[in-house]
Design a protein around this ligand. Structure first.
Ligand code: CDP
Ligand code: CDP
Length: 224
């Protein structure tokens, strides 16, 4: 157990994890660690280098040579892959469709978890992902499991992509999200599931400030 305070936020795609984790980290002056962005950056590296995504060895070898950085500064949060800003590229539908496969490999997960524990072991932090409370940080001070109905999660992603001027197909998003839920929840290693001691919050009918408020209050209670 580290001396730093760690907050784990897990849940399926579109539940609001990254939006809420970022705002909670700002309120508490904690570091925000977007673990999904790390898996997405590796997936983009696989696509760019034309690595065979079905080969665990090739993908994990690529990870060993990939420099993935999560940067939070005045310009907001950015993701760098080998010093190139890939913040937008990692959200493409090509990445969405491949990321669960790339994330399912044991060698990949071991290396990613090592990097995540290193980051969380050096400062107070909020981490969001799929296995933070169950596996990466089993002693986190607070574990939150965020959920929402699939239709609502797809609607949120659709609105987000339209707002960014990206192409978006609501029905396709529903299919992709449901498929990713299935793959992430049924994989052999560190599947998506609520930790026994996590607080579950269904965000379907909640606003972002409501969720942020609830988590911030829980964090203050736990660390008082
Ligand atoms: O933002 P969204 O919920 O769509 O996904 P994300 O958090 O960016 O994660 C993308 C994918 O990475 C997930 O669907 C998982 O396959 C994988 N992931 C994981 O396996 N473990 C984590 N701790 C975080 C993400
Ligand atoms: O990280 P995750 O995939 O769990 O979700 P997100 O990327 O934080 O949220 C997906 C979208 O839903 C964003 O555009 C949020 O602004 C929106 N959202 C919302 O409308 N209401 C909430 N309670 C949470 C998120």
């Amino acid at each position: 157990m580290s001396n730093w305070v760690n907050i784990a936020i897990d849940g399926p795609a579109g539940a609001g994890k990254s939006t809420v984790a970022k705002l909670v980290s700002e309120k508490l002056s904690f570091l925000y660690i977007d673990t999904g962005a790390m898996y997405r950056a590796l997936t983009l590296a696989v696509l760019k280098s034309k690595t065979n995504p079905s080969s665990e060895t090739d993908v994990s070898e690529l990870l060993n040579h990939s420099h993935i950085q999560l940067i939070v500064d005045q310009e907001g949060s950015r993701v760098l892959l080998n010093d190139e800003d890939v913040t937008l590229d990692i959200r493409s539908s090509e990445v969405n469709q491949l990321v669960s496969l790339v994330s399912s490999y044991q060698a990949v997960r071991e290396e990613m978890v090592k990097r995540q524990r290193q980051l969380a072991g050096t400062t107070n932090s909020v981490l969001d992902g799929r296995d933070i409370g169950t596996y990466v940080l089993p002693y986190a001070n607070l574990k939150v499991f965020l959920t929402a109905a699939v239709s609502e999660r797809a609607r949120r992603r659709h609105q987000e992509q339209i707002a960014k001027g990206m192409p978006s197909d609501l029905e396709q998003l529903k299919v992709d999200i449901a498929k990713r839920d299935e793959l992430d929840s049924t994989r052999a290693i560190a599947p998506l599931k609520k930790a026994e001691d996590a607080v579950e919050i269904d965000t379907t009918a909640l606003t972002i400030p409501e969720v942020v408020q609830a988590i911030t209050e829980l964090a203050k209670e736990r660390t008082a």
